[in-house]
Design a protein around this ligand. Structure first.
Ligand code: HAM
Length: 434
């Protein structure tokens, strides 16, 4: 008999297993509650979009569009793409549903994104972002609000040593003047550029600022700075942002070499970086994109937002905050039952306790009392509800505290046998008192 080949997950795409999903839920619910406190509303867009959406907004010369998109033709011959990020989809949905007509919007989203990158720690082909997008404000106060939310999320999660870097890319005039100056400077030092940077010199020279190559980095120390090319208006807005951040006590550094991997930004860009995390140290990145709504066919509306990489955030949390990372849910009650009749009573009792708000796990199938108690203990349950032969015959159940109890000797409180009809009440009261 031939051994069947095992089917594995696609490279760079991960399962989130039960041991980790509680931490994912914690992170997602902390974000959701912070966003709700700032009155942001969730938007859910499809995972697949028309390919043009991304090529028109993210930029044809970016790595994302030129080599990382999962693009395919569907059965009608339409070119579709698995979304590589959430901003373009949010703008598309906003235009299509009239969210921008003289309105201001504060939106957030969460979900999987897809990029065909070379997988390594912190970089995957399917990854998850929680993102925020705001529409209708061109001033820096909204930028400060959004950055304050990110800081609040990090603080509630106990994330440490994550630093905010900011920069301004100015308007399109500033960028094109700066681009010429940078190209001129780098062309005069082309022998110090690696192959990748040489290629970018013609296509996307600002991305060279992001190079990890040491000799390129050394050269960039003498390169012109974008901040010297800002218009008065851009410079004033950037100064406003710094003043707001100072008022909010959010520490930041200005990094004039901070450029982003997507072409749609103007003025403010930022990244939150965790230096301990090596090459993939950016946990959260974003900025202002005032041209995108109009570019995609809507009425001109300023935009600002961020995307936070959940895999990266969760990996850092696992390294920094063992307490939150190890929290695992466990049932309040484990129902031990022996015999056919007991089983049926067990699931009826489970239903009544669940109705009362208790988390209940029933033993399923056969099994000796001793084995079931071992499982009850392993489950982490606080209380066992026992349905043995005597209990079943009497329409009763025995409530047995398993841990953390007010018993006089410091051990578990005494067990008690009660009518089944009273179980949900007694268990609820007992759980409150433990
Ligand atoms: P991005 O910098 O491409 O920006 O991605 C945001 C974050 O997603 C990154 O900082 C990183 O944490 C995470 N991330 C990106 N690629 C991967 C990957 N391959 N594996 C794991 N994590 C990854 C955007 O996507 C923009 N849409 C952000 C934005 C929103 N700008 C304005 N609004």
């Amino acid at each position: 008999m031939s051994k069947k080949a095992q089917i594995k997950a696609v490279r760079g795409m991960n399962d989130i297993l039960p041991g980790e999903s509680a931490l994912w839920q914690t992170v997602e619910s902390v974000c959701a509650s912070v966003f709700a406190q700032y009155n942001y509303r969730q938007i859910r867009t499809p995972v697949i979009e028309s390919t043009h959406l991304f090529s028109r907004s993210i930029g044809a010369d970016t790595d994302i569009v030129s080599k990382e998109m999962y693009t395919f033709e569907d059965r009608n011959g339409d070119s579709l793409t698995l979304r590589p990020e959430g901003t373009a989809s949010t703008v598309r949905a906003g235009i299509e549903n009239g969210l921008f007509y003289n309105q201001q919007q504060r939106l957030w989203y969460v979900g999987p994104m897809f990029r065909h990158e070379r997988p390594q720690k912190g970089r995957y082909r399917q990854f998850h972002q929680i993102g925020v997008e705001c529409y209708g404000w061109s001033s820096a106060d909204i930028e400060a609000e959004v950055l304050a939310m990110v800081q609040q999320v990090f603080q509630r999660l106990g994330l440490q040593r994550t630093e905010l870097q900011i920069n301004s890319l100015g308007d399109s005039t500033a960028r094109s003047q700066y681009r010429s100056a940078l190209v001129e400077f780098l062309s005069g030092n082309v022998d110090q550029l690696d192959d990748d940077s040489k290629n970018r010199l013609a296509t996307n020279p600002l991305r060279i600022l992001d190079s990890k190559n040491q000799s390129v980095q050394a050269l960039l120390g003498d390169a012109p700075s974008i901040l010297d090319y800002l218009s008065d208006e851009s410079a004033a807005k950037f100064a406003d942002l710094q003043a707001y951040l100072t008022a909010l006590e959010i520490p930041f550094t200005i990094n004039p070499r901070l450029v982003r991997g997507l072409d749609y930004y103007n003025d403010t860009v930022f990244e939150w970086i965790n230096p301990e995390f090596g090459a993939q140290s950016t946990v959260c990145g974003g900025g202002r994109y005032d041209g995108m709504v109009e570019q995609l066919g809507g009425q001109a509306t300023p935009g600002f937002g961020f995307g936070m990489g959940l895999e990266r955030l969760i990996q850092i949390l696992q390294e920094q905050n063992a307490e939150i990372a190890q929290q695992q849910p466990h049932p309040d009650v484990f129902v031990v039952s022996v015999g056919e009749q007991a089983r049926s009573q067990a699931i009826v009792l489970q239903k009544s306790m669940v109705n009362a708000g208790v988390c209940v796990q029933c033993h399923m199938g056969d099994g000796s009392m001793k084995n079931q108690f071992k499982r009850a203990d392993k489950s982490g349950a606080t209380i066992a509800v026992v349905l043995g032969e005597d209990e079943v015959a009497a329409g009763a159940a025995t409530i047995k505290p398993l841990r953390g109890s007010p018993g006089e000797s410091g051990g578990p409180a005494a067990q008690q046998t009660i009518a089944q009809i009273d179980v949900a009440n007694v268990v609820t009261n007992l759980l409150e008192s433990l």
